[in-house]
Write a new protein. Sequence first.
Length: 430
Amino acid sequence: MFIYFSHLVNIEVLDKDDKLVGRLYDIIVGQAEIYPKAISLIVYQGIFKRRYAIIPWGLVIEKLDNAIRINLSLDEIKFSLLENNRDKLALKRDILDQQVVDTYNHNVIRVNDAHLLIVDKDLMLAHVDIGARGFIRRLSFEKIVDLIVRIFNKNSAYLTKEKLISWKNIQPLSINPVSKTLKINVSQRQINDIHPVDLSEIMLDLDRKHRLALFREFNTATKSAIFSILDFPQQKSFLDELSDKESVEIISNMPSDEAADLLDELPRDHVNKILTALETPKAKKLSTLLGYKSESAGGLMTTEFFALLQQMTIGDALELVKLDISKPETMQYMYIVDDKAHLLGFTNLRKLISLDPKENILKAKFRKNLYIYPEDGVKEVAVLMDKYKVNVLPVVNEEKILQGIITIDDILDHLINIAWRKRSKKTAAI
């Protein structure tokens, strides 16, 4: 049997002799199950000076039409001031009217009611109700509003379609007031399966305190991926709230070009502090990138690329490819270099697998050796990409030593930002 939580709130609670104990205030549920079971009731007495008692669910004898009977006598129950119980999940306090994450549809919703399932002697949280009817039900206007709607349209979706979402897809965002962290329940695991782009949109729908608390629940890789997607004002708002250790951890795991873009916007003293705390190789990469103008190829390039030494065989190169966990865009082309990192040419995976594994890697390089210089502008890079129909170009210095690569995503992001700035200026001038 299903029952709505709003139909239980304020219902009478009777002792085993049918004496009035009080009225139901809230239900505490466990957090270890996909569908949490009720573990206790919070019952209250009084109107202006309320007192509360916590009754274990195991002492509930039965649910009557308008009451709940428990296996205790009135004189066995002790009432006191309500404790916070912030380590527990309470339906009224933590779920109703709260922001929660729907991990299936990847969005933020507010809960109007809870849909409970009674199986044998267990009461389980099955769904949350996000529909307008759930809110009307909470106000005790359900019957009269249903009647009015039925008069005008008996087939109205308001009457026929309940807006219920399975609890297994819900992540509540109740924050511990002391530690400022989110409560963890079984569905927390589903959060990490959501794509960072969707997670960033979810977070921006949350209020500030929930946004930061949810962000802190992610592992470092997910934090860095989300951070790379956010624009600078959003990144800055997070950095203002995060500790120096958290900030350095995130930036150290971001792609070098995106980390450099972020640092380029920060005050110089803040940048120096971060670079000092970073591991030396990462700090050197970022320092190099920060030496270029933001609108140049050097300012937009990443120093993460796939290089192959000229003395390798094609078979050796393929083995390296299998072991590599680089981002897809850095793997589109592989760059052949000598012992001093001079660029000799480039190849791709299709070319490698079409040739004899015993052949030298130079046999796999393309005829034309394309490259750009760090000082080249965005437009020059875009023209070269369009001319030769490539999505990635290597960046070399005057001695033809490979410095990094620039991808079409970097170019498009930059050009789109320029277009938006121009549009904003025109709009402001109107």
